[in-house]
Design a protein around this ligand. Sequence first.
Ligand SMILES: Cc1cc2nc3c(=O)[nH]c(=O)nc-3n(C[C@H](O)[C@H](O)[C@H](O)COP(=O)(O)OP(=O)(O)OC[C@H]3O[C@@H](n4cnc5c(N)ncnc54)[C@H](O)[C@@H]3O)c2cc1C
Length: 388
Amino acid sequence: MQDVLNVPPANWRQDEEISIFSDAVGQFFERECAPHVEEWRKQGYVPREMWKKAGEAGILCASMPEEYGGAGGDFRHEAVIIEQMGWQGIDGFGISLHNGIIAPYIEAFGSEEQKKKWLPKLASGDLVTAIAMTEPGTGSDLQGVKTTAKKDGNHYVINGSKTFISNGQTANLIVVVAKTDPTQGAKGISLIVVETDEVESGFERGRNLEKIGQKAADTSELFFNDVRVPTSNLLGPEEGQGFVQLMQKLSQERHIIGLQGVAMIERAIKETTAYVKQRKAFGKTIWDFQNTQFKLAECKTEATVAKVFADHCTQLLVEGKLDAATASMSKYWISDLQCKIIDECLQLHGGYGYMDEYPIGQMYTDARVQRIYGGANEVMKMLIARTL
Ligand SMILES: Cc1cc2nc3c(=O)[nH]c(=O)nc-3n(C[C@H](O)[C@H](O)[C@H](O)COP(=O)(O)OP(=O)(O)OC[C@H]3O[C@@H](n4cnc5c(N)ncnc54)[C@H](O)[C@@H]3O)c2cc1C
């Protein structure tokens, strides 16, 4: 797949260990996942045993220090996992969320005791994670969350509902965004870990939501009715830090979406080039029309620009220098481009492109949400504009 764009490897890719890791991860996805993706799409989730297999293969928590059960890598390892999944069309397996978003929250803000308790189980796949920010009444405006966590002795009592939660049907460790002080806006927000296997009562999962794309991903409503969790499940030294903690880590989440976009663009161009070279119309292949070549040339050019920019953002992230505005550019610009390129590629497939059994049709519906989740692209532009 690397040969689709011929982009010279970025500095961070030139480490031999990264390319060996990338190949091993690719082989794992090819062997263990690719043959089952269709089945997962039909059932609407990735089976739990796959998490254990990914844990055994060293793919879960690849960037987590070894002392917490991780593989001791860094974000470069996460970047190549994301890339391999995109190249091979492993949609719906929420590893990038687990590894790249939730584990880092616990690593960055958890106490030593919390890290020792949870992170090794995240790395083994015994704990599958989710982050519950969005509610039926609020998504983009996170300050408006209504879920509350009230202290009662040495417990928090959580009440509220969440929606659109990825890994929502399978997760047994959920980071819940709740107001510990509902009289405050952002300053009243805290992150509280709910271990669903430990909860006695009041926690319910809603139905697995039916989506237009990313069919193998389980996405759910979650309900909290007087759910009691120990106060020691608060992330961070004190209440009210949740909004700041989210803001600190959202840059990584946003760049992950950009990386997913580039990988899917590469796959779309590869699939489409192969398709148009064998499909015939008017006595020649679709490739032979100059329009097809021009369209794919445009796609390849834009994809190359995107890949170089995404690699640059990865380098910044590894160096701890990826700021919110630049991460927002990766998320918004690449996801917009992804939808545009996949649309062009679908057009070149004609009616077959519209069929769900063709990868390009699946990519078309899978891509659309990239412009919405992780912060809508309009919100990304607000963050970028603030720096002008
Ligand atoms: C498949 C999927 C998976 C998801 N996974 C998770 C998850 O794991 N955890 C989680 O917490 N959430 C998750 N989400 C929720 C996602 O992050 C939200 O849908 C997203 O943040 C937008 O919130 P909203 O849907 O409430 O839209 P709204 O906030 O209602 O916004 C609707 C639209 O209004 C526009 N808009 C909003 N604000 C502005 C603004 N300031 N300026 C200009 N225009 C604006 C945008 O076009 C936006 O798309 C997921 C969503 C989907 C669809």
